[in-house]
Every structure is written in structure tokens, then in C-alpha cells.
Design a protein around this ligand. Structure first.
Ligand code: NAD
Length: 345
């Protein structure tokens, strides 16, 4: 195991380490097995030994509900776990979110460690402390802020991940490159495209750590998203959510929509005189090099604008788009419907 860095979020500190295999984490916990609750899903059960007791959730977003939380805390109670016990998640963003949420309320809070196994969970969901379930038809409606004590990154685990899921995470990595205070992640992505796409574990580990460093740069200064700093991480997401809700991308991953949305935000910045053209061109090209469909045209503009409007109602405020004033410098701006229409059609 290699300790890499810590991330301080208010009172909480998350230690991030890289491991060569998930077996290494299992071995590390073998002495305290009775005070550890392992949680995984039907696809990530394969990473744990057959004889290790684990709560196995159905895979996917369907598990982001009270039923999962109740199952985790019920098993924790049955196994006699106390407040000084540890919940340990092995899975994608869903398993990480469910395990951390359950840990945050079990006996008013016990420790949680995460072993993210999707690229999205490695570069995004595992760091930052947000936990939530979907409820009443709303995504992430109920949740807590509860950072993990440890995050163990095992790039080797990405070998079994499907292509759509891998690209889902890549979209977020490229977004982090735009948000990075310098262009080192962008350069790394340009120079290592083949090994990244071929999933070379050593190169992926470097990419994941650089991507997490960008996320840390934003969340440490605004742990609970109150100062407009952490909002930067929503770059491209307003466009992406509207696109997803009009169904144009039903066969594409969320990451594809985010990639498209980031490019729209760069173009919006150019149109508003905020973003330098060469900067926008460089990053649009990078998304293109990774095979993201960045020129997709929305066919149903009224539905797209209505989706943006409903996003606004959900947040109870103006929709503010994240635009880029330069490398790592974001600005929150509302955009008029005419400009949005021009950008997506
Ligand atoms: N807490 C946060 O800050 C945060 C940030 C971003 C996303 N999220 C949440 O994360 C969730 C999405 O996460 P996700 O994209 O990881 O989805 P996911 O957890 O549903 O995983 C995607 C699929 O990949 C499978 N899988 C996971 N690892 C695998 C592996 N190594 N090999 C083969 N299959 C594997 C899973 O079983 C699942 O079927 C959403 O619910 C989202 O709201 C949370």
C-alpha cells in the first residue's frame, strides 16, 4: 500500500492510498474482521473472498434507496457492530454512497472506508463526503455529509469494468483537467491516451491521483458547498442533465453527456467574452481525441429548455452555469435562452 495524500474537509480527514489488489485490503482487516462490515454489489462481490461475510446489494442505481440502508444497518446490528466498528464499501458510486450514508447514521456515526471500483467512483464519488439516496422520484434527495476515513484506489480493479462505465469516469477526468489550476492533467491526458484507453494500471493510477488532486483543490476550500467554490465541479452538468432528461442520450453514459456539456460551457464562455478561444479549442479537441461526441445537436429544443427550467425550480433559484475564465478559474453565470438554443442546435 502506498499512502498518497490526505484531504481535509472541515473536521474530517480522508487518507487516500493506492493498492495493487483488493486482497491487500482484505488482509489488512483480517485481524479485526468481526468489527468490519463489508458492503458490495452483485458485480463487485467477485473482489472479495467467497468465505468473507458481506452485504451484497443489487447492482446499479436501483439500490440507492432506504431498503439498502436498512439492510446494511440491520446486518451491522445482527453482527454486533458497535460505534467503533468500520463499514467498508467495495463498489461503484452506488455502493460507496450507500455504505457511507448507512455509516453516517449507524449509532450516530461509525467509521467508513471506501474501495471504489468504477473510474467514476475513484475520481469523484469516493472523495468529498456526499452521501445520498434517491427518493420520491428525485435523485440524491436525502443524504448526509460524511467523508470516508480512508479511500483505497486499486486501478487494477478497472480491468473488468464495461466500456460505457469506463467512459463515464473518463468524462469526469477530462472535466477535472479543465478545472485544474494548471494544465498538467491535460498534458498527461494528451500524452497518455493509448495507455489510458488500454487501461494500463500504472498510468491509470497516475491519472486518478491527478484527477483527485483537482477535486481536493475545490472541496477543501468549500467542504459543504456554501461558498460557490465547490460548484465549479458542476462544470458541464447543467447542460448534461437537461440533455439526459430529454432522452437524447439514452444509450450514452452520463460521462458522455458531461463531456458534451463541458464543451457547451466552453463555447458559452467564448460567446459571453469570458473564455479565451484558444483555451476552449484546446479542451474541445481533447474531448474529441478521447472519442466523445461533442457536436451532438439537440433535436427537441423546447423540451431541452423546459428541462433547464425544471432544473431551476428544483434548485429554487436561477440556473447558473459554470463557465471558465481560464485554466482553473470558474465563474457562475445565468445564460439567456437564445444563447443556449444557439449552443445546442
Ligand atoms: N458522493 C458523491 O460525491 C458522488 C459523486 C458522483 C456520483 N455519485 C453517485 O455515484 C453513482 C454512480 O456511480 P457509478 O457510475 O460508479 O455507478 P454504479 O455504482 O452503479 O456502478 C456501475 C456498474 O458497474 C458495476 N461495477 C462496479 N465496479 C465494477 C468493476 N470493477 N468491474 C465490473 N463491474 C463493476 C456495478 O455493479 C454497476 O453495475 C450515482 O448514484 C451518483 O449519484 C456520487
Amino acid at each position: 500500500m502506498q499512502n498518497l495524500f490526505s484531504c481535509t474537509l472541515g473536521q474530517h480527514v480522508t487518507h487516500v492510498a493506492a493498492v495493487d489488489s483488493i486482497d491487500e485490503i482484505v488482509r489488512m482487516h483480517s485481524d479485526i474482521e468481526r468489527s468490519v462490515l463489508w458492503v458490495c454489489d452483485t458485480n463487485t462481490r467477485r473482489f472479495l473472498p467467497d468465505d468473507l461475510h458481506a452485504v451484497v446489494l443489487p447492482s446499479g442505481e436501483v439500490s440507492k434507496n432506504w431498503t439498502s440502508i436498512e439492510r446494511i444497518v440491520t446486518v451491522a446490528k445482527e453482527r454486533g457492530l458497535a460505534r467503533d466498528s468500520k463499514f467498508l464499501a467495495v463498489g461503484g458510486g452506488v455502493v460507496c454512497d450507500m455504505t457511507a450514508f448507512a455509516a453516517s447514521i449507524y449509532m450516530r456515526g461509525c467509521a467508513v472506508s471506501l474501495v471504489p471500483t468504477t473510474l467514476l467512483a475513484m475520481v469523484d464519488a469516493s472523495l468529498g463526503g456526499k452521501t445520498a439516496i434517491d427518493l420520491l422520484g428525485a435523485k440524491n434527495l436525502v443524504g448526509t455529509f460524511y467523508p470516508a476515513k480512508e479511500v483505497f484506489v486499486c486501478a487494477q480493479a478497472l480491468g473488468t469494468l464495461g466500456d460505457a462505465e469506463f467512459r463515464n469516469g473518463l468524462g469526469e477526468v477530462l472535466k477535472h483537467a479543465v478545472l485544474s489550476p494548471d494544465d498538467s492533467l491535460a498534458t498527461f491526458l494528451s500524452e497518455n491516451r493509448m495507455p489510458i484507453l488500454q487501461r494500463d494500471a500504472t498510468v491509470l493510477e497516475q491519472m486518478i491521483m491527478a484527477s483527485l488532486a483537482v477535486k481536493r483543490h475545490y472541496i477543501e476550500r468549500d467542504p459543504t458547498e456554501r461558498h460557490g467554490i465547490r460548484d465549479a465541479l458542476n462544470l458541464g452538468h447543467t447542460f448534461a442533465h437537461a440533455l439526459e432528461s430529454v432522452g437524447n442520450l439514452s444509450t450514452w453514459s452520463h460521462g458522455e453527456a458531461v463531456a458534451w456539456g463541458v464543451v457547451r460551457a466552453l463555447q458559452a464562455g467564448v460567446a459571453e467574452g469570458i473564455t479565451d478561444k484558444a483555451f476552449a479549442r484546446r479542451y474541445s479537441r481533447l474531448f474529441g481525441e478521447y472519442g466523445f461526441e461533442i457536436d451532438w445537436k439537440v433535436s427537441d429544443i423546447p423540451a431541452f429548455l423546459a428541462a433547464l427550467e425544471s432544473d431551476k425550480k428544483k434548485r429554487g433559484s436561477m440556473v447558473r452555469f459554470v463557465l471558465m475564465a481560464g485554466q482553473g478559474q470558474h465563474i457562475l453565470r445565468s445564460l439567456d435562452a437564445q444563447l443556449v438554443t444557439e449552443l445546442v442546435s
